[in-house]
Design a protein around this ligand. Sequence first.
Ligand code: SAH
Length: 433
Amino acid sequence: MASIRVHSRFHISCLAPAARCWHTAFVAGSSHHVGTKPSLRLRVTAAAETIVRGGHPWVFASSVRAQNRDGQTGELAVLFDRKDQFLAVGLFDADSPIRVRILHAGKPQAIDTPFWEQRALDAFRRREGLFDSGTDGYRCINGESDGWPGLVLDRYGDTRVLKLYTAAWLPRLAELAPLLARGNRLVLRLSRNMQETAANRFDAYDGQVLVGEPLAGPVEFLENGLRFEADVLRGQKTGFFLDQRENRRAVKALADGGDVLNLFSYTGGFSLYAADGGAASECSIDISEPALAGARRNFALNADRPAVARCRHETVQADVFDWLRHKSPRRFDLIVLDPPSLAKKESERTEAIGAYARLIAEALARLKKNGILVAASCSAHVSAAEFFNLTLETARQSGRRFAELKTTGHAADHPATFAEAEYLKCIYLKLLE
Ligand code: SAH
């Protein structure tokens, strides 16, 4: 009986004109509800309801029990609980297994321009006081963990880069661009899977300057007093790996006088910190020649710093896996190992763990007496505990005595509020002989 009653209430409310329906009031403020269509309403499974109430930001397609009509990517979807009470509102994505990305759960809430302004302000306030004037490159909005699911905003000096991981944001670009730019230049970057939709339906493209002066190449910014360029138009992610800033700073303190090897160097972030920390030599290895050219330019940008000028810097274009396999007598005092994500899907996890273990074993074999290994993993599908354990186990198997110096996780400008958002972990080991 009860279930029939619930179902009919749901049904009636779905058909009711917007003005008669209490819960349509909070979508009416959005500039993107679809014409005269009723707002999009979803009922989700009991398990999903619990998860959403617990603050998790994703509802998978398999958790949707009922839907009043087909939804379009980018619409607001209103979620109802088993008693047909408001549960949450989020962005609908017809093309993704993550069918709804939650914007707000709890009490009904208008999703309108003041809502977005407040959300942006909250994220910006969270970063106030984290950085001094020596750092003007950092993450301003870190996706779900800042209440902006599938959206990242990075700052590089007076340029901001908006990176979207779901097409659901595209219909809102005009509304959001000014409040995210806040008077700065704003560059749009799109994950590969949405570039076609963006071009065909929204006239938007990867590398588009949404606000401010056009841009021909990389922009410059400061990180802990060092000058870097970020290729915000074409570079990986938003142009630089801002997430490694704290580990780079730690590497600087460990590099003095040593020979340093930076594996998977990208544009030489760790390399430059090591040089600035007094490294005698630094060798950056990456498969991408444009990334290595960026590393050389970053060294040139800091040539006025005596320690950087003194350091012998070398770039090697190579596949790190091949390079490590190749026998060489060359040994290093400090090795940084920061590969790209080796497990992009759960099914790649076991293989990734094997690949990490091989990389770590081969890196350890290249360390001099008392050398230090800094090993990072950015695979969300390999947990911090798994990564640390496999590193320690591999080190034990090397037969050399060692100490664990420390482990690190996410920096304050890259908060992770739910398990799937935790991806970055790093472990520091020192050989004791
Ligand atoms: N440590 C860097 C970020 C590394 S990102 C920083 O702090 O900025 C991963 C890098 O690995 C990318 O630059 C990519 O070009 C490179 N890469 C991917 N596969 C590789 C391989 N098999 N061998 C060498 N480099 C590789």
